[in-house]
Design a protein around this ligand. Structure first.
Ligand code: 3EB
Length: 328
């Protein structure tokens, strides 16, 4: 399966605006109108009985612990087995949580999650998946081809149905430290195709050589959403070409990650840098590196909202990964 060309023609018609992503405090009471999804990071997050609320298994390391997606529209929502969904204004949120023990391990669980998501999206008007997040436990456990992340990659592609055949969405895949068997996958889709953007400094993930596993990771580096208002940026780390750069060196990895982000912005036609409307999320392998990551972000992107979480990057030598949204 190969994605279509990177650069699709953008629709001349302005689509309804993309969801707005903000960070903040846990909601008090019911979710406000226009709420498409709310993510409470960490085990101490409140639990809200609403399909749009997801307790994410990554511990927050900074002040922000909640992420909200808001649309300019009424929102409907529901549940279907392991899947929960919401939709409004042409946008669809869908999430699956499952336990690997019910599916024989990370490969089976990923296949299950992606099958549920594919089938649901295929039956929805919002059938173009723009962005997807994946959180699994002990992501680097297991040697060589048996590493749990690599098993996840094999299951992911097996479960990706026709809705992903048009090209892979932008993605993040991160290791959590909660119950090891817990797999969480959630996505944002809409009713027309976005524009996939690759990074000229990096080999496309689906073309990674064999040394990274039997199944290359199936994601794009970024997606320009079809409303033409925001670049959705995948998890970005110190990968140059296909190789990890600066193993174990946090300052050098941060600088390399910034070069990758800047290259992606430039190649994707987004404005330079990250401003107050560019929420970023940093995944940090060692909680004690939080201050250095925050200081780097404060220096280079002082206005950008930042959510920092404890998360393992899918290559053992990588210490930090950053994803986010760059609104025009
Ligand atoms: C990399 O560039 C780092 O498997 O979905 C980044 C973003 C990474 C997404 C995924 C993996 C994924 O290869 C790892």
């Amino acid at each position: 399966m190969r994605p279509a060309s990177d650069m699709r023609e953008r629709s001349p018609l302005a689509a309804r605006p993309s969801p707005i992503v903000t960070y903040g405090e846990p909601p008090a009471g019911t979710l406000p109108p226009g709420t498409l999804a709310v993510f409470g990071f960490g085990t101490s997050a409140v639990a809200i009985d609403d399909p749009r609320w997801l307790n994410v298994a990554l511990e927050p390391l900074g002040a922000a612990s909640v992420e909200r997606w808001t649309v300019e529209s009424d929102v409907t929502h529901g549940r279907l087995g392991d899947l929960r969904w919401s939709r409004g204004g042409g946008w669809l949120y869908a999430a699956v949580e499952c336990d690997e023990a019910d599916h024989g391990g990370p490969e089976g669980a990923a296949a299950h999650a992606y099958r549920l998501l594919s089938a649901f999206v295929a039956g929805s008007p919002e059938r173009h998946v723009q962005r997807i997040w994946n959180y699994l436990g002990a992501i680097n456990a297991g040697a060589g081809d048996d590493e749990r992340y690599k098993q996840f990659c094999t299951g992911r592609i097996a479960g990706m149905g026709d809705v992903f055949a048009q090209g892979f969405p932008a993605a993040s895949a991160i290791g959590h430290h909660a119950h090891e068997g817990l797999l969480q996958v959630y996505l944002l889709a809409t009713d027309r195709p976005g524009t996939r953007v690759e990074n000229p400094r990096q080999v496309s993930a689906w073309e990674y050589p064999r040394q990274y596993g039997r199944t290359p990771p199936s994601f794009a580096r970024a997606t320009f959403l079809p409303a033409d208002d925001v670049l959705a940026i995948s998890g970005t780390a110190a990968v140059v070409g296909h190789a990890s750069a600066h193993a174990g060196d946090l300052p050098a990895q941060l600088a390399e990650t910034r070069r990758n982000l800047d290259a992606l912005l430039a190649h994707g036609g987004a404005p330079e840098g990250f401003d107050a409307r560019a929420p970023l999320k940093a995944y940090v392998r060692h909680p004690e590196d939080m201050a250095a990551v925050k200081a780097f972000a404060d220096e280079h992107w002082p206005e950008a909202p930042l959510l920092i979480v404890h998360g393992d990057i899918c290559r053992e030598e990588l210490l930090v990964e950053i994803d986010g949204w760059r609104y025009r």
